[in-house]
Write a protein that binds this ligand. Structure first.
Ligand code: MSP
Length: 533
């Protein structure tokens, strides 16, 4: 990995037809957190998301509405764009598979594959699931139904184009075995290797245009369009064509799309002579009860309602804190409220409030100069330094829940430190000089916590830094305007008091003016919390 290359992170491109739900929001927020983390800690990042717009379902949905497929997509894509703005997603680009910059690259790739002898045409009879647009073998099919969606399959005989995927099986197994960072976490890597123990077939990469016209034409045969998955995967390259961003640092995906990303995509890239993405990281599912949250099950939680109720930062915080990347987690509004009340309102918000109030009362509203240190002061400073390391290590290990927990431990230690030092008593006996170190140290701990939490709660972190006097504006992680003409959010820039946003202990300048505010995270009283408290 070369140090100068930007961290290029992608999300899956979402089916434009689907209404965005918590599952989609999670992947995108997770990518946002990694991108923001890289930017805040000194690296450049490039963050891509977008929409997958071709295929039968879109064609049919548009037809039902009496619209052209593109009119239909133009309308629906806005739901995703608007949600990402609302969730404060800092994507640098948003790609739609109907854009010409994408279609050209798909066509180019197909010609290149053809030239390299990687494509052949063959008559094929197979069991086909129309809604999923996939062929299945007799072994896959369960009682005549699609193993994926459970709906009946039909027998189809067609001539189609095939990619010689089987040729690359041995290479792929070897590549995965020699690149432990390629597929993460380990359980998913083993799953892919297990899948590759059976002989790999070739991949049908076309659909007859007579049946499905809403796709990218196969450049050497206008009677066919490109299979949606081949079309969609190429977005990761087409969006950064003409730059040196490829290969991606990380493809973030849900475990539902492991085979397409860890088998189809690498073999296609290999056949094209292109380098592999560094890491494909698959996270688990948000469940409702026992089942995956999904449109077809009809159990989706819509993110906007929750954001309106609890705020965007609490929503992001909950999703990142309560899911271990790679594992499944049960979505629960009650747990969201509990996290909000305990971690954000009681621990973080209260601490900020106490420190602001005391600096106002005992230090004329300015961060005082340190005057001598005792063991408790040194301990908190040491906890601060250790927290930076723990948080960084956890983020790089892609364990954001641990990074958050480490930072919350620092906040809790700060609250305990204030109890121990009791500046309200010390002031009575020793005056301003007697509380100066305590006030500076606790304000510094909060400043550091705000910097470390910034990728997860960018707006509230900005507010904290503003209130602590080190940022010029609460929008420090959001330079205006945050939305560009293409609907993508601009990356944050952190120009403010030199070094004051650094993730190192001790950067709070003496004399900065504290700007007290109201509760950072007001507690939420609901039946759910009352019942348990
Ligand atoms: N269009 C394809 C992806 C093509 S990428 C080249 C697709 N789209 S999707 O709209 O179905 O979105 C899939 C992604 O949404 C999953 O991989 C996952 O990241 C996210 N999630 C959808 N439901 C989810 C949950 N219930 N829980 C967590 N994430 C889930 O597949």
């Amino acid at each position: 990995m070369s140090a100068a290359r930007p961290f290029y992170v992608t999300t899956p491109i979402y089916y434009v037809n689907d209404e965005p739900h918590v599952g989609h929001a999670y992947t995108t927020i997770l990518a946002d957190v990694f991108a923001r983390h890289h930017r805040i800690h000194g690296g450049a990042a490039h963050f891509l998301t977008g929409t997958d717009e071709h295929g039968q379902k879109v064609q049919e949905a548009a037809q039902k509405r009496g619209l052209t497929p593109l009119e239909h997509c133009d309308e629906l894509v806005e739901r995703f764009r608007a949600l990402w703005v609302r969730l404060q997603i800092s994507n640098d680009d948003f790609i739609r598979t109907t854009e010409s910059r994408h279609e050209t690259v798909v066509a180019e790739f197909l010609i290149e594959l053809q030239t390299r002898g990687e494509i052949y045409r063959e008559r094929y009879e197979g069991l086909y699931c129309i809604p999923d647009e996939r062929f299945w073998t007799a072994k896959d099919v369960v009682d005549g139904n699609c193993p994926l969606c459970g709906r009946p399959v039909v027998t189809l005989t067609e001539e189609n184009y095939f990619f010689r995927m089987s040729r690359h099986q041995e290479w792929l197994v070897d590549y995965i075995k020699t690149h432990p960072e390629f597929i993460q976490p380990k359980t998913r890597r083993n799953e892919v290797l297990g899948f590759l123990e059976k002989p790999l077939g070739d991949l049908c990469i076309s659909r007859p245009a007579a049946r499905l016209h809403w796709g990218i034409p196969i450049p050497f045969d206008p009677e066919y369009v490109t299979y949606v998955w081949v079309d969609a995967l190429v977005n990761y390259v087409s969006a950064v064509r003409g730059t040196d961003l490829w290969p991606a640092s990380m493809h973030l995906i849900g475990k539902d799309i492991l085979t397409t990303h860890c088998v189809y995509w690498p073999t296609l890239l290999h056949a094209l002579g292109l380098p592999m993405p560094e890491t494909i990281l698959a996270h688990g599912w948000w469940l409702q009860g026992e089942s995956k949250m999904s449109k077809s099950v009809g159990n989706v939680v819509k993110p906007l309602g929750l954001v309106d109720l609890y705020g965007v930062d609490a929503f992001r915080y909950y999703l990142l804190r309560d899911m271990v990347v790679g594992q499944d987690a049960e979505f629960s509004e009650k747990n969201l409220v509990q996290r909000l009340n305990s971690d954000l309102a009681n621990d973080l918000g209260n601490c900020l409030n106490r420190v602001e109030r005391m600096i106002g009362t005992y230090a004329e509203g300015r961060a005082p100069e340190v005057r001598g240190e005792d063991d408790a002061d040194r301990d908190l400073a040491e906890t601060g330094r250790r927290t930076v390391i723990a948080s960084q290590e956890a983020m790089l290990a892609r364990r954001p829940h641990e990074a958050i927990e480490a930072t919350l431990q620092l906040v809790r230690a700060t609250n305990r430190y204030l109890e121990l030092k009791a500046p309200w008593k010390a002031f009575k006996t020793d005056g301003a000089a007697g509380v100066a170190t305590t006030l500076w140290t606790s304000a510094e701990a909060l400043r550091l916590a705000a910097v470390l939490l910034a990728p997860v709660i960018p707006a509230k972190s900005g507010e904290m830094l503003y209130r602590l006097g080190v940022a010029e504006s609460p929008d420090v992680w959001f330079p205006q305007p945050i939305v560009d003409d293409e609907g993508g959010a601009k990356p944050p820039a952190n120009e403010t008091a030199e070094g004051a946003l650094a993730a190192t202990w001790g950067a709070l300048p003496t004399g900065t003016e504290i700007r007290p505010g109201t509760a950072l995270f007001p507690r939420v009283e609901t039946e759910a919390t009352e019942a348990t408290e």
